[in-house]
Design a protein around this ligand. Sequence first.
Ligand SMILES: NC(=O)c1ccc[n+]([C@@H]2O[C@H](COP(=O)([O-])OP(=O)(O)OC[C@H]3O[C@@H](n4cnc5c(N)ncnc54)[C@H](O)[C@@H]3O)[C@@H](O)[C@H]2O)c1
Length: 400
Amino acid sequence: MSKVCIIGLGYVGLPLARLCKQREQDVSGFDIDSEKVGKLSEVNASADSAVIKDAEIVIVCVPTPVNEDKTPNLSALKAAVGDVSKNLQKGQIVIIESTIFPGTTEEIVKPILEESGLKAGTDFCLAHCPERIDPGNKEWTIENIPRVLGGFTKECAGKAGEFYKSILDADVTVLSSLKSAEAVKVVENTFRDINIAYVNELAKSFDRTGIDLIEVIKGASTKPFAFMPHYPGCGVGGHCIPVDPYYLIDKAEQSGFKHTFLKMARDINRSMPGYTVELLKELNGELKDAKVGILGISYKGNVDDVRGSPGLKMLGILKEQGANVEIFDPHVLEKSSVKSVEELLEKSDYVILATAHDEFLNLGADDLKKAEIKAVVDGRNCLDKDAIVKAGLKYKGIGR
Ligand SMILES: NC(=O)c1ccc[n+]([C@@H]2O[C@H](COP(=O)([O-])OP(=O)(O)OC[C@H]3O[C@@H](n4cnc5c(N)ncnc54)[C@H](O)[C@@H]3O)[C@@H](O)[C@H]2O)c1
């Protein structure tokens, strides 16, 4: 049993704290959000950073977003590491799980920790083990997703690796450096962003040439090697995929290299909420005073996270164009303007499906027709196109 303190009890830190508890570690948590701390009776949470002192292993899981100008915003990370530094004890193992650009642990985190007077690699261990959690994924969970990590020294990496092996049912791969481990996470998420941008661009092109991209992807997926299906959609949201490529872009730029390809991918994906609204305009004409219902404002199906939400972006665009918009998300009721799908349909003439929640997948042509919906833009290509068209409604998917 180790004494573990998790810093930042959000989408990443809280499941980790729960897992540690499940694996009979002695867990505590520190979060600056005292209201959140007050509600967390299941883990030993505190808003007082002094809890860090008692831990053997300190794991930092605070947000690493981007600023308005898309440069990395490390303010939460620096503040959290500052608190660790003030409470740092000889022999502690400090692990950063937050997503960061290559070089952050050694160039930014280590100097802050060493303000304590203790030296990394001799007095305390320092490692980076990027979190790979995929919210809503029931097959791949925090317990069984393989992990990679890097340490400031071999001993740091070894000790951190031993800890993860003790709590996970998954392989832990130790890389040769902190930088490599840091790069793994941003490379993985940028890979996804680029591939989604590719199919989003194809969707725009195939929408002009009248080719059903979804059918094409189905066909291409029969190739047993060298093709991996990605799907177009009304936007890429969340805290990771739309953010992490900028960490790579910015770090490279600081080092004298311009990532034109990565930037282009980001621009394509950022254009998708606007493109989706344009599709509705093509079906309907001008949107001034149009009654539009948006189904889904979380960034992906069956989760409640609205960070970077394409649905909310479309809400803004539609409002700018003078439309009257209702929104419904069964996972985000507090931000919904109506209480049910039925109420949304009743108050709308046009529907944009922005999130593929299970609750929306059964939405049939009959429901839409009964509510006298005139046109549907299926931003996740998850509705029955043929049935909707057969029922006499206008339908447009993204690339089909
Ligand atoms: N959400 C995901 O799916 C996901 C997946 C993989 C990696 N990540 C990465 O993990 C990190 C955390 O993301 P998240 O989604 O859990 O964020 P989050 O916003 O859900 O949670 C972060 C928590 O940290 C707390 N916090 C902020 N500043 C703090 C400070 N100075 N000291 C202590 N606590 C502080 C916040 O109050 C919040 O409770 C980010 O770097 C993110 O990129 C997230």
